[in-house]
Design a protein around this ligand. Structure first.
Ligand SMILES: [Zn+2]
Length: 291
């Protein structure tokens, strides 16, 4: 059964401060209410003319390990955790001002964003939210990675099957949730980004992540997380599910279906979001001009 609902925004301005995990730059993210059918729009208030960048799959830029949007010469990156928080809480219309290109990593999870957005008091608007109902299988496959869609009777369900093989220090694990604001806040939002110890050492030699410590994300050594403990036995799979939710939100509408993912990452999520956007029944007027 199709699950209609009304669009939502926030009632009051709210913000999150931190630093970018890659660029090390301090940044403030300010969430502002927005009218119906605005969608999610980033604004680079540190640049002349405050260029806008729509959170839409058509504005995606190729980038490793994170999701980046570009409009003309303006960009914003590491947006997936903010997008997951907005999608998880069903906040559809929001202007997001940032004063640096990379969003804060916070504790590696979406929980600080979810807390700020709840503090902004989500409120229902009078327009209905567009919804795509998945009626058939749709698969994106590349090497070992697969992400596919299947019909589902109610709302959105995402299953993430993480398996890097038996020699990996990250054990095989599964996360499988029906996505509602309640499951997002209680089961998904707190799951943190993870990285292997040798990967972070490599990135730091390149000049990235200079401020990052083992408190800012999960750093995996041979014996599990270094200087940190897991928030759930399947925290890594939950985080991959969180990234998938945030990336798929770039299609700009609700999805009713079952998304099944195996070893997939941002690039595969983006390909699926692009296909989903082509299924959108109605596109609201795009009011964003090129920067
Ligand atoms: Zn992530």
């Amino acid at each position: 059964m199709k699950q209609d609902r009304y669009q939502q925004t926030i009632s009051k301005t709210t913000s999150v401060q931190g630093f970018g995990l890659f660029t090390n730059a301090d940044v403030t993210v300010t969430f502002l209410p927005a009218e119906e059918n605005t969608g999610i729009v980033f604004e680079r208030i540190d640049l002349p003319g405050h260029p806008q960048i729509p959170a839409d799959i058509d504005f995606i830029a190729a980038e490793e390990r994170r999701t980046k949007l570009v409009n003309g010469t303006a960009s914003v990156e590491m947006i997936e955790h903010v997008m997951a928080a907005l999608a998880g809480l069903q906040i559809d219309n929001c202007r997001i001002q940032v004063n640096s290109p990379e969003l804060p990593g916070c504790d590696g999870s979406a929980l600080p964003y979810a807390a700020a957005l709840l503090d902004g008091q989500p409120i229902s608007q009078s327009a209905k939210r567009n919804i795509i109902v998945i009626n058939e299988e749709n698969t994106v496959e590349e090497g070992d990675a697969i992400i596919s869609t299947a019909p589902y009777f109610s709302g959105l369900r995402i299953s993430y099957d993480l398996n890097y093989g038996l020699n990996s220090c990250i054990l095989p694990q599964l996360a499988d949730f029906s996505i509602t604001p309640e499951t997002f806040v209680t089961k998904i939002a707190a799951a943190r980004t993870f990285v292997l110890e040798q990967e972070i050492e490599y990135l730091q030699r390149q000049g990235y992540g200079q401020k990052v410590t083992t408190a800012d994300l999960l750093v995996y050594g041979e014996n599990g997380p270094v200087g940190n403990s897991l928030r759930a036995h399947n925290e890594c799979a939950r985080h991959k599910l969180l990234d998938c939710l945030g990336d798929l939100a770039l299609c700009g509408c609700d999805v009713q279906g079952h998304i099944r993912a195996f070893r997939s990452g941002h690039r595969h999520n983006h390909q699926l979001a692009r296909r989903l956007k082509q299924m959108v029944p109605y596109q609201s007027q795009q009011t964003i001009k090129a920067a």
